[in-house]
Design a protein around this ligand. Structure first.
Ligand code: SF4
Length: 218
């Protein structure tokens, strides 16, 4: 099977089975998504969705968040992972957003990365989800799943994975493909025990092929 055929099968499968895949984070505007994505680093979306409603009710605009103290913010987010750092990042992000971007979340990846707490992955999520740009955020699920299936070859870093995925997926499907791979990694191709028997793309998956060969030789 060629790489092109593998991509084509995987995209057709997800198009048919999850055409409207979307983020599981709750938000109603770009500012809210930015807050949620910063909080979601090494934390579950479920936990973040419990924390954001009271936080955003207290600080509904970037300016409100800018004027909060780090201790105030900490109080709302203490149940997520790394709350001290994230409280500092949220205040820093809001300050730069207000002072340098007139409270408008930028579209551009480089400008997004000027916001404290926003790395390449978060910037790609915002550019893709809010502005529908063909950017691919590579989190732990996307990194693992792309490798297992064989969508990427010898990619040692998230950036290499991002480049290979962008190169091989047509532009119109890049934003949704990010969600396909995350959701597949979260619910089917899980880190410890991938549910290959429930997986609809097993016939093109390199990991599954190797696993099958190994079990036949023992
Ligand atoms: S066959 Fe197994 S390893 Fe391959 S994508 Fe599906 S769940 Fe993941």
């Amino acid at each position: 099977m060629t790489k092109k055929e593998r991509y084509s099968f995987v995209i057709d499968y997800f198009k048919a089975h999850n055409p409207h895949a979307a983020s599981e984070l709750q938000y109603t505007n770009a500012y809210q998504l930015l807050v949620a994505v910063i909080l979601s680093a090494q934390c579950t979306d479920k936990r973040v969705n419990m924390v954001t409603p009271p936080l955003l009710e207290a600080y509904p605009t970037p300016n409100d968040l800018k004027n909060a103290t780090v201790d105030d913010i900490y109080h709302y987010i203490k149940s997520v992972s790394y709350p001290n750092n994230k409280a500092k990042h949220l205040k820093g992000m809001a300050t730069v957003l207000v002072d340098e971007f007139n409270s408008i979340v930028p579209e551009d990846i480089d400008n997004l990365q000027k916001l404290p707490g926003v790395g390449r992955k978060t910037a790609n999520v915002i550019a893709s989800v809010i502005y529908n740009k063909p950017t691919m955020a590579v989190d732990t699920h996307v990194f693992r799943v792309s490798k297992r299936i064989g969508l990427v070859t010898n990619a040692k870093t998230p950036l290499e994975t991002e480049r290979q995925l962008i190169e091989n997926i047509s532009e119109e499907f890049i934003p949704v493909a990010h969600h396909w791979l995350i959701l597949h990694g979260r619910y089917v191709c899980t880190a410890r025990n991938p549910k290959c028997e429930q997986c609809g793309i097993d016939k093109v998956c390199q990991y599954f092929e190797q696993k099958t060969k190994q079990s036949q030789t023992v």
